[in-house]
Each structure stands twice: as C-alpha cells, then as structure tokens.
Design a protein around this ligand. Structure first.
Ligand code: CUA
Length: 321
C-alpha cells in the first residue's frame, strides 16, 4: 500500500533488517501452508477410506502398531519444524541486532511522547547535535543506530519497509539498527497502543544519498534566520510573545519550550501533527487554530488568534526552512 508517495509495506523490504523479516515471513507461511495441506489431506483420507470388517485379535495388534508409528512420525515432524523455526527466528534476531561493519555509526536518539516523536542526531560536539521531530533522514546504504526511550507510556517504533517493531519504554533505553538501501520516503507508525491518538503517531523516514544527507544536517544545524519580510517579522512576534513559545523551541529566537516539537526547521518537514496532516498552509492554519478538533486529546491547546495574527504567524512559520 502507498500513501501518496509514502511507502508503507512490510512485504516490500528496502533494507537488510526488513529483508530478513520478509524471508522469515515467507518461510513460516510456506511451511505452515504445506503442513496444513498435509493435515487436511490425511483427514480427508481418514474420513472417506473404505471401512474394513471387524478384524481379529492378531490384526488389531498390527493396526495398533501402525497407529503408534503414525503418532511417533507426527510428533517427530512437529518437533523438527518447531526447532527449525526457532533456530531461523533466533539467527534472524541476532543478525538484525548486530552492528555490521560500521566503524562510526550515525546514532539517533528517539524519545516517544503522547503522540509524537522527538528526534536527536547525536554528536560528540554538542553544537553539532541536530534536533527535529516526527521525521528521520537517513543516508542510503548505511546502518544507523537508534537509541530510544519514552517520557510517558510504552510506544513502539515501526517502519515496515525498513525494520521490525521495537518497543520504546519509559525509564529504559532500547536500541535497534535500521538501514535503507533504496532512496525513498517511508512511513512509520507507532505500533503499541499508547492512548487516544495512537493512530495519529506517525513518523516519516526519508532515505537520501550521503551527500544530500550531509546537506540536510548542515541546514538543520543553522538557527532560524530573522525574517526580512514585515508580515513574517510580525508573525515572529506573535510566536515568541504568545503561548507558542511556552511549548516550542525555535533556535535563534527566545522561544525555547521543550514540551512540544522543535520548530526551528518546521517548513522543511513534509507532515505536521506527527504524520497527521500534510505540511501545507491551509492544514497548518487548521492545526494551529483547532488541534483538538483534528487530534482530540493532543497536548496542544486550540488557539484563538485574530485573522491578521494568524496570517502573520503562518508567513513566519513558512520561513522556517
Ligand atoms: Cu505511541 Cu502508539
């Protein structure tokens, strides 16, 4: 299934982790189907075979022996199939958990919130740490380490085209590795019921060539520029002096809230509201004015702005590339 140009399909793997899981899926599906057909065939045979007249005592012993052999073979096959499946599953989990040959891996810290994803690209130099939300950029062909935790309840990180689910647990760090071998835009989804808006906890993963990834990092490291346009400048005042700044950070301004997503490069993102709406002017306006109508229960309150303030605010937010 595709959502516009977003890929979301567990059987269309775009990286090694998802490939292994797809192989396991087909292995189990085919094994189970073959066994099912054999069981059905034996049942049909037993139901329709010709009844024999009541046998004598010598014949009865022979038949009991035959039945005993049948049961032993059935148990043997079951044990072999279960152990094989267990071993295949175990080796797959090990392979997916291993770091591969990456010398200096990219490490991304992900913090789950009700109902959005906080994202930090780690760097030994604090000033080179990139913070964003609900969107991951990955360089194609490189293994990326994800270190995850939650601030409230259990969530689960799942990008079906790239890797299996990994739970995100409050007060605990879980790790996983992902890799995208094909450039593309992949849709991820929280996969653990985490409250009212669990379904609207999406994440966009964008896999791009390494050079483009480096450009993206460089752009994300820039603080927000002060707008030159007077309308956008008025919008900046609405933002920093209004309630927005209490929850959101925009680096380069006095807005430094940490309750909601960092908005320093909001305009560069494809979606808003954690994959809820496309990042277009009309949707953004609707989201600012009535987030409770779009995603009931979300932490963001509805905002009563007069039309001029709203227009200015939108003009400002659109400068945050
Ligand atoms: Cu977060 Cu479901």
């Amino acid at each position: 299934m595709r959502q516009g140009r977003f890929r979301i399909d567990a059987l269309d793997p775009a990286g090694p982790n998802a490939e292994r899981i797809t192989e396991l899926f087909w292995f189990m599906t085919i094994t189970a189907s073959v066994l099912y057909l054999i069981v059905i065939a034996v049942m049909v045979y037993a139901a329709f075979r010709r009844r024999e007249p009541r046998p004598g005592p010598a014949m009865e012993t022979r038949m009991e022996r035959r039945a005993g052999i049948g049961v032993a073979v059935g148990i043997g096959v079951t044990v072999v199939v279960l152990i094989t499946t267990l071993l295949v599953d175990f080796s797959l989990s090990r392979a997916n958990a291993s770091t591969g040959a990456e010398q200096r891996p990219i490490t991304i810290e992900i913090v789950g919130h009700q109902w959005w994803w906080e994202v930090h690209y780690e760097d030994s130099v604090p000033q080179r740490r990139v913070t964003t939300a609900n969107e991951l950029y990955l360089p194609v062909g490189q293994r990326v380490k994800l270190v995850m935790t939650s601030t409230d309840v259990i969530h689960s990180f799942w990008v079906p085209n790239l890797a299996g689910k990994k739970d995100i647990v409050p007060g605990y760090r879980t790790e996983t590795w992902i890799q995208a071998d094909r450039p593309g835009v992949y849709r991820g989804q929280c996969a653990e019921f985490c409250g009212h808006q669990h379904a609207k906890m999406g994440i966009t993963v964008i896999a791009v060539p390494r050079a483009e990834f480096d450009q993206w990092i460089a752009r994300q490291l820039q603080p927000a520029a002060t707008p030159t346009d007077s309308l956008a400048l008025a919008g900046q005042q609405v933002f920093v002096n209004g309630p927005c700044a209490m929850c959101h950070n925009i680096t380069g301004t006095t807005a430094s809230g940490i309750v909601g997503p960092d908005l320093t490069h909001l305009a560069s993102r494809r979606m808003i509201g954690a994959g809820t709406l496309l990042n277009r002017r009309g949707q953004l306006a609707g989201w600012i004015v009535d987030p409770q109508g779009i995603k009931p229960g979300v932490r963001m309150p509805s905002n009563q702005l007069d039309p001029n303030e709203l227009r200015a605010l939108l003009a400002y937010l659109e400068t945050l590339r």
